[in-house]
Design a protein around this ligand. Structure first.
Ligand code: SAM
Length: 368
């Protein structure tokens, strides 16, 4: 078996000597194309102990097993050790099952570990060779740039208008280079690689040189549509502080577009700021200030095209992603414990958790 982190692991528990049930579960495991099967204890005690043990042993290093209490009791019974005070029927069952075993099967059970530590890739983990999309990449392509320092990922960068700032990007890159070893918690060899790449980034004199160095493709698409990206070609979509700027209908369209461009099992990870953006400019403004306004007042007095925000709440995003994706992680950062004003009726029906949420982080996976 390779020592690379595992991608998919199946875990079956309490087989209890039931060969037909094990066969049925193994058929599902086979179809799921896993890297490893973990059998979580209490393997053989049951009606078909030898048959189950033969089947498990034949799986070789595709399986790792843990020792359950029944496995220990069976090894003890095989060795003729006294069993603990258990009901007579249970004692009889352990003794009968243990007598069916041969020496190799007994040794396998006796030597099983009680714990197992596996290195498993986290869901959506970034890998060299991936294709990724940064939605709403903005001025300095920060998320893509940072990711690219550590992984050989091909990035599409998409935005609805050209707000890029090359001097700003160089400034960020220079600052990161000067703080890299103190501020970024990564193995030394990865930091060395990132530092060398930052040097090359600092040598670039415009975006075209930068894109050719890093393998980035910049897409300007005023409607925010993903038509330039082929079907099922993207492994990962990231966006930071973008979705709150897209109207609800646009987000519904985006969900369809994401479903089209993501590979089966591909992941979309978004950070969404639900705070009133006026607060960016005036810290005395309450983080959820906009909740006081009706739809009419908001549209008439505050909504604007320079910094549009959709006033959607955490649960709206969960619903949007939940429609076509499997949500694999969702986090709320609460921005204020109290709402010291009357909330408009426009937000009736939202939970308190929703209304206090300041930032949502959501990761969702496209169907397999
Ligand atoms: C607050 S900025 C965030 C920029 C960048 N992600 C960052 O963290 O620095 C929001 C960005 O989203 C972009 N944007 C707005 N609507 C969009 C849409 N429908 N599709 C893609 N990007 C959009 C804006 O042009 C802007 O660059």
């Amino acid at each position: 078996m390779s020592s690379a982190p595992l991608r998919r692991v199946a875990a079956l528990y309490d087989v209890h000597g039931n060969l037909p049930a094990l066969e049925a579960a193994l058929a599902d495991v086979e179809a799921a194309d896993v890297d490893l099967l973990v059998l979580g204890g209490d393997l053989a005690l049951g009606p078909m102990p030898c048959e189950v043990m033969d089947r498990v042993l034949a799986l070789g290093d595709r399986v790792r097993a843990l020792r359950g209490n029944c496995d220990r009791l069976m090894a003890d019974a095989y060795d003729g050790c006294p069993l603990p005070p258990l009901p007579a029927a249970v004692q009889a069952s352990i003794t009968w099952s243990a007598r069916q075993l041969d020496r190799r099967q007994r040794d396998y059970l006796a030597e099983l570990p009680q714990t197992l530590k596996l290195e498993v890739e986290s869901v959506g983990a970034i890998r060299d060779g991936m294709t990724a999309l940064e939605l709403g990449t903005g001025w300095v392509h920060w998320e893509a740039l940072f990711t690219r320092l550590f992984y050989d990922v091909r990035f599409y960068l998409l935005d609805v208008w050209d707000n890029r700032q090359f001097a700003g990007l160089q400034q960020y890159a220079g600052h990161l280079k000067s703080r890299l070893y103190e501020d970024v918690d990564r193995p030394r060899d990865q930091l060395d690689r990132a530092s060398r790449l930052l040097e090359k980034i600092l040598d670039c004199s415009n975006f075209d040189e930068l894109y050719s160095l890093l393998g980035f493709t910049y897409i300007l698409e005023p409607r925010g549509r993903l038509d330039a990206i082929p079907d099922h070609s993207v492994d990962l979509v990231i966006s930071s502080d973008v979705l709150e700027h897209i109207p609800h209908a646009g987000l519904e369209q985006l969900m369809l577009d994401l479903k089209r461009v993501l590979r089966p099992g591909g992941v979309c990870a978004a950070q969404i700021v639900e705070e009133d953006h006026l607060r960016i400019y005036d810290r005395s403004v309450h983080p959820k200030n906009y909740l006081r306004y009706s739809e009419f007042t908001w549209k008439a007095l505050f909504e604007n095209r320079v910094q549009y925000i959709n006033r959607l709440q955490h649960s709206d995003y969960v619903k949007l992603f939940g429609g076509g994706f499997e949500i694999i992680d969702e986090q709320i950062v609460v921005s204020s414990e109290s709402l010291p004003f009357e909330v408009s009726k426009a937000f009736n029906g939202y939970s308190e958790e929703d209304l206090k949420a300041g930032v949502t982080r959501i990761a969702a996976r496209a169907p397999l």
